[in-house]
Design a protein around this ligand. Structure first.
Ligand code: ZN
Length: 413
């Protein structure tokens, strides 16, 4: 934890990586295990973290003293000896995650055990500019603050899942580059400035990947592709157990890789991008051009398209066939590149496709990848559905807590 020239505390990534003492790292490992497990024992913590029982017990004592975990009664062991259960102390901290889109924001508030305790929405139907989005976030945070005044002092931070590339400068300042939305570079502080409360931003698809990797469809997978299909198309790549970021953080911008040279115009200005075929607007405008009749541009309209295809409507069938094949083409290349053990499909369009087309999507990916890696993944649907980006965003302040353990330090002081 440090302080910017303006006096605002920040949690920046370079500092997180300077936390190198073994005890510190092990305590972080134990805290993450307890939050993931929700209820565990000292023996299981030792086993999962590769520590001795004595070390695990010492670290649990540290975390109990810091108020981050609690004992929850006991169960009998096989030998009849009682074993104490350990869980995260839910009321010791809260964290907020925001799913920020060009049409509005969804904020969710969680306790330390990742139970959702409140939520707030702003915006909705029409596209907004960064200034309006900033005002939406400000209002939503104020509403959460008013309703949760007693818990506000324990707020770890606010995580923002943003619609574009998010870069963190050497001074910890973050900028959003949302080329597809036609926005100029936007300082994250202009979207959300919460005074002394840390604000941590990242690309929305990476936030979904974080949620699915902690608690959802990619849990336990060291090599996974977590796909976000909505109006836009995004991806998080887990490789060697880590979320891939690249030299400056834009790794995973799969929505703007070209699958057809000189193809359909994309929102980013290029032609033939994955998003120009798999984004909801692209799918629905193709159906409209083919004579499809539907209402709106959201969940029901995409559902109507898929249902019409199942009912044998030739135009809808052709479009759905093309969507499945495009998804297979685009993911097949990634299967060859990254050799995932798991592919998780999320986002509201992804959830719609996975309701009835999961097998066809798997077949299409296999068709477009080499036989060996094509036979080494399983396809799953995202667990978190519409709340995945906000949930993953709320994990970012939690990860900062785990990495720096600053609350434990602060409480001990
Ligand atoms: Zn594009």
């Amino acid at each position: 934890m440090s302080v910017e020239p303006g006096g605002r505390p920040i949690l920046s990534l370079p500092e997180v990586s300077t936390v190198t003492t073994l005890r510190h790292r092990n305590r972080a490992l134990v805290l993450k295990h307890v939050i993931l497990a929700q209820e565990t024992t000292r023996a299981d913590i030792a086993k999962e973290s590769g520590l001795s029982i004595a070390s695990a017990a010492n670290l649990v004592t540290d975390l109990l003293a810091a108020g981050l975990v609690e004992e929850r009664g006991s169960v009998s062991s096989r030998g009849g000896r009682p074993i104490t259960l350990i869980g995260p102390r839910a009321d010791s901290a809260v964290t907020i995650g925001a799913d920020v889109g060009e049409r509005g924001v969804a904020l969710e508030m969680f306790d330390l055990a990742m139970n959702r305790i409140d939520q707030e929405f702003r915006g909705g139907a029409t596209e907004e500019d960064p200034e309006r989005i900033g005002a939406d976030i400000h209002e939503a945070v104020a509403a959460l603050r008013e309703r949760n005044a007693d818990r506000w002092p324990t707020l770890l931070g606010i995580g923002l899942g943003l619609p574009g590339v998010v870069e963190t400068g050497p001074d910890g300042r973050q900028l959003l580059y949302a080329q597809s939305l036609g926005w100029p570079a936007v300082p994250v502080t202009s979207l959300c400035d919460a005074g002394p409360i840390p604000v941590l931003a990242e690309n929305g698809a990476k936030m979904q990947a974080r949620a699915e990797s902690w608690f959802g469809g990619a849990r336990g997978a060291d090599h996974a592709l977590i796909v976000l299909l909505g109006r836009g198309v995004g991806l998080g790549v887990i490789t060697e157990g880590r979320l891939l970021s690249g030299s400056h953080s834009s790794a995973g911008e799969w929505g703007h890789t070209v699958i057809e040279r000189g193809g359909r115009l994309c929102r980013c200005g290029n032609r033939g991008c994955v998003e120009a075929y798999l984004g909801s607007d692209a799918m629905l405008s193709a159906w409209k051009e083919a004579g499809g009749v539907f209402e709106g541009t959201g969940w029901r309209a995409v559902g109507r398209l898929i249902a019409a295809a199942h009912e044998g409507d030739p135009a809808a069938s052709e479009i759905v066939e093309e969507v499945v094949d495009c998804l297979g083409t685009a993911l097949g290349g990634l299967v060859n590149l990254t050799n995932p053990e798991r592919i998780v499909i999320g986002g509201w369009v992804g959830l719609r496709l996975m309701e009835s087309l999961g097998e066809r999507v798997t077949e299409a990916i296999k068709r477009h990848s080499l036989a060996r890696p094509g036979g080494q993944f399983t396809l799953r649907v995202a667990k978190f559905g519409g709340a995945s980006v906000a949930t993953g965003s709320a994990l970012l302040p939690l990860e900062a807590l785990i990495a720096t353990d600053h609350m434990a330090e602060k409480r001990r002081a």
